[in-house]
Ligand binder design. Sequence first.
Ligand code: NAD
Ligand code: ZN
Ligand code: ZN
Length: 363
Amino acid sequence: MKAAVLDSVGSPLVVRDVDIAEPIGREVLLEVKASGLCHSDLHMMNNPKGFPLAAVLGHEASGVVTAVGPDVTQFAVGDHVVGCLVSHCGRCERCMSGRPYQCRNAAETARAPEQGARLSVEGAPVIQFWSLGAFAEQMLVHENNIVKVDPSIPFEKAALLGCGVVTGAGAVINTAQTQPGDTVAVIGCGGVGLSAVQGAALAGARRVIAIDLVPAKLELAKRFGATDTVNPADGDVIEQVKALTGGRGVDKSFEVIGLSQTAAQAIRMLDTGGSAYLIGLHKPGALLEIDVMSDLLVPQRSVQGVYMGSSNFKQDIPMFADYYLQGRLNLDDLISQTISIEQINEGYEELKAGGVARSVVVF
Ligand SMILES: NC(=O)c1ccc[n+]([C@@H]2O[C@H](COP(=O)([O-])OP(=O)(O)OC[C@H]3O[C@@H](n4cnc5c(N)ncnc54)[C@H](O)[C@@H]3O)[C@@H](O)[C@H]2O)c1
Ligand SMILES: [Zn+2]
Ligand SMILES: [Zn+2]
């Protein structure tokens, strides 16, 4: 099959032929239909600390089941599915209490070395990034990494549910338990941040403040339910947020970029008792400079790191698909463009420049 492969740190992806194994055990083989370009892949391309290369990246995909392993119980050929990188065993106490994103045995869904690699080039194993490897014509995954969706949802829309939507909207709804009446700020309005904006609107937040350096992103945020927008180019971000909230600051803030400076802003723009949620991936070793007394203790604020929107994705992805089909979740405006796999490096250049919400590779 054709796949976009990362051979070395910082180099462009190379589209080449990759061999994919047959499904064994609880594995499912998919024909990939659409695959979104999330910033986390770009992060890993430039800071691939902790995973060996070569690798097939991509982790936001939809497709159709083409074959199932002998022990698969949840899927059949022809099912429309969405992938999610939250590998989980399904039987530990974390999984059993609805927290697969904190599973104790996530590694057991991978193949054992003696079972051979799922992906290879000329016999040499190729890493399947975050258990998916979605920049490819096919994916071979554990059945715990996919979920069935209504076949009437178009593939390129469904793909976005797998990371951007569960992460952004999930952080607001699941992690932060946002309620009607809350005031919310979202710093960074890419595919994930716009989904956080939309999650806040769905949860009934009273005020949804979108913050981004790119004016077009702020205009877009209004289509996802932002009630106010702030551009850091117009002056101090914290002062602007306070001015919009009667001098108080917000109840909940979400950092969706991955910079120490904006993470500190997320904390400092909070009202008394507020909480900041850090979603953006930071460079390895990045530190957060905050004043413990005046930024945290006296104003009684809290800070939490968020992984994949604290999503129980087997439940949440079909739920968001329903919202889309009912016209209550906007996925159409999240897609800035569809591209071919050959255009993937250009797609990432455009993401870096801040001009697109999501580009989606269609096969
Ligand atoms: N924690 C998780 O589980 C998880 C999951 C998915 C993605 N992520 C991370 O979330 C982040 C966002 O992903 P994305 O795909 O939406 O990225 P993106 O590149 O599409 O969006 C980032 C946005 O931030 C804006 N921005 C950049 N610098 C800014 C600044 N100083 N002030 C205000 N706005 C600024 C950009 O204009 C852009 O709109 C990335 O770091 C990604 O790796 C984390
Ligand atoms: Zn992602
Ligand atoms: Zn588990």
